[in-house]
Design a protein around this ligand. Sequence first.
Ligand code: AMP
Length: 193
Amino acid sequence: MLNIVIFGAPGSGKGTQSERLIDEYGLHHISTGDVLRRHIAEGTELGTVANQYISQGHLIPDDLMISVLEDVLDSNPELTAKGVIFDGFPRTIDQAKSLNTMLEKRGTKVHAVVGLEVNEDDLIKRLLQRGKESGRSDDNLDTIRERLNVYHNQTSPLRDFYVNEGKYHAIDGNSDVDHVFESIKTSLDRKLA
Ligand code: AMP
């Protein structure tokens, strides 16, 4: 059983690489962004609150986000039994500490963190391109810039947090999808061997 955090800036390819990893390692996928977008589409109370933050490119407050993830894990115990790719969570040090606690309570842990490292110009290009097809309210230039600021200020310190835990696998995410996936696989397989 394997729990992986896929980590990186908006547009770094987390969703795309998660799909490949699910197939390769038979894991479940939890994307907190997808969970929130489902709530928005269904018009729930959480969706209404989340939408205010998402459309501005800001993070949902930690206590709320942590309880959303805990609910997902509680209502799907089979997820942690098999192994999960956490995509978009954690995004702050407090979330990372909570994830450790949540997994410990369930008799497991984060085994590896895959950090997709992509240069800033490419991130913006990719997100603008995605915005043409995604219809996402946050894939426009102003919100993209804000999301990247938020990433640098609040999320990127997690890199050191996981380096200190000896779990961080730095992956050059600048090349094409197949190449990046091969690098991830090589790095994870070396760890699992
Ligand atoms: P994503 O689909 O991962 O790019 O997430 C889209 C948006 O959802 C983010 O810009 C945040 O507003 C919100 N979001 C998703 N995951 C989290 C999280 N772990 N903490 C706070 N906000 C989040």
